[in-house]
Structures are given as structure tokens and as C-alpha cells.
Design a protein around this ligand. Structure first.
Ligand SMILES: C[S@@+](CC[C@H](N)C(=O)[O-])C[C@H]1O[C@@H](n2cnc3c(N)ncnc32)[C@H](O)[C@@H]1O
Length: 205
């Protein structure tokens, strides 16, 4: 029988949500936090008024950005329990909504910047999600994606798959470049962070 990966993912992250922030291990927030800090660096000196974070989890990135920048922030996440944690942080200039990356409930040309941190692997339909991201991004807007490639230290994708029982997208530099080009992003830049397995992909509408 075909697995309902969206349901499995939602259950997995609902269970993680109440302890996600304080559980600083590979399958919880360890790499998320480091990656949020990396994306934070990439966003420094960029001018944006409306930012969307997809797969925002407990709102870690938005919480960090909202302390420094005067923008409007929106977080979206598949897991209602993650959204509950994010809302519980009472971040003044942010809203958090439950929803999926491939069914974005926003108007065309809404955001100047869109981010997604450590979430892409879990999405069911990557091409459709990227199309929708491009649609809700303003012309000239920037999309920043950060993910681990190949392995995360001792945990490879098969291990994660077995624990998670979720079919993960195993990203490579080439796959990202292809996907971004297929949906028509311009200025696609792929940064492999030195001495790590992280990849940051930038695309512009
Ligand atoms: C590993 S957590 C990362 C959370 C946060 N970005 C961080 O770095 O701390 C992955 C998040 O992606 C969310 N997610 C998974 N599939 C999704 C989808 N299709 N659309 C939106 N969010 C999704 C999960 O519910 C989870 O909160």
C-alpha cells in the first residue's frame, strides 16, 4: 500500500514540536539552529519588507530576524503543533499559519524574500512547491533554501528514512540547480559551505 508521506511527516513533527527547541540533537533542532544562523547571515544587508519562511517549525528563524528587522514575517508549516509553538513565542510582527509548501495560501507577488531551512527533504512535490514559491515571490525577490546534502555526520539518508519511515529527497548540487532552472528562477547560485555538508541555494524571480 502506498504510504501517506504527508500524514507521516505531520505526525512525526507534531510529536517533535513540544521538545524541538530544547532537544539539540541531529533529528531535532541541532542543524536547524545552525542553518537558521547561516540563513540569517545571508539575509544581512538585504532589503525586504515581507518575508515568508516555509517549514518554519517553532519559528526559530523568524524570532531571530524579528529582533533585528522591521519587516512583516509569515511562517507556514505542515505541523499544527509546530505552529502552536511558534505562536506561543508571541512575536509581534509575525503571523504563523498551518499549510503545505505545495499549496501556499498567499496572493501572487506578495513576498520580497522567502526562506526555507531544513525542510525541503520532507516535501511531497518539490517542483510544484518551487512553482508556488516563485508565484508568491515579488519580481526581483529572493528565495533562499538551506539543506544538508548526502549525510549529516553519522546519519545517512537511509538511516533517517528507516527512523522516519518517510521517503526523503536526497538533494545534490545538480538536482537543486535543475529544479530551480525548471521553474524559471534567475541568478541561481549554489553555495557549498566549506567543511560541512550544507548547501545554500539562492534563486531570484
Ligand atoms: C527539521 S524541521 C525544521 C524547522 C525549522 N525550519 C528549523 O530550521 O528549525 C522541518 C519542518 O518542515 C515542516 N514541513 C515538512 N513538510 C512540509 C511541507 N510540505 N510544507 C510545509 N512545512 C513542512 C515540518 O513540519 C517541520 O516543522
Amino acid at each position: 500500500m502506498k504510504k501517506d508521506f504527508v500524514k507521516l511527516s505531520k505526525e512525526w513533527f507534531n510529536k517533535q514540536a513540544p521538545v524541538y527547541d530544547e532537544t539539540n540533537t541531529i533529528l531535532y533542532s541541532k542543524y536547524g539552529k545552525i542553518s537558521c544562523e547561516n540563513i540569517y547571515e545571508f539575509l544581512k544587508d538585504k532589503d525586504y519588507k515581507k518575508l515568508l519562511d516555509i517549514g518554519c517549525g517553532t519559528g526559530y528563524l523568524i524570532n531571530m530576524l524579528s529582533k533585528e528587522y522591521e519587516a512583516e514575517f509569515t511562517g507556514i508549516d505542515l505541523s499544527p503543533e509546530m505552529i502552536k509553538q511558534a505562536k506561543g513565542k508571541n512575536i509581534g510582527n509575525a503571523i504563523f499559519v498551518e499549510g503545505k509548501s505545495d499549496e501556499l495560501p498567499f496572493e501572487e507577488n506578495t513576498f520580497d524574500a522567502i526562506t526555507t531551512v531544513e525542510s525541503f527533504y520532507f516535501w511531497e512535490n518539490h517542483t510544484e512547491a518551487l512553482r508556488q514559491i516563485k508565484n508568491v515571490l515579488k519580481p526581483g525577490g529572493k528565495f533562499l533554501l538551506i539543506a544538508d546534502i548526502y549525510d549529516t555526520g553519522s546519519l545517512d539518508f537511509d538511516t533517517i528514512y528507516n527512523i522516519h519511515k518517510y521517503k526523503l529527497f536526497n538533494p545534490t548540487k545538480e538536482k537543486f540547480e535543475d529544479l530551480f532552472h525548471i521553474v524559471g528562477f534567475n541568478d541561481v547560485k549554489v553555495h557549498l559551505k566549506e567543511n560541512t555538508t550544507w548547501i545554500v541555494v539562492e534563486g531570484k524571480k
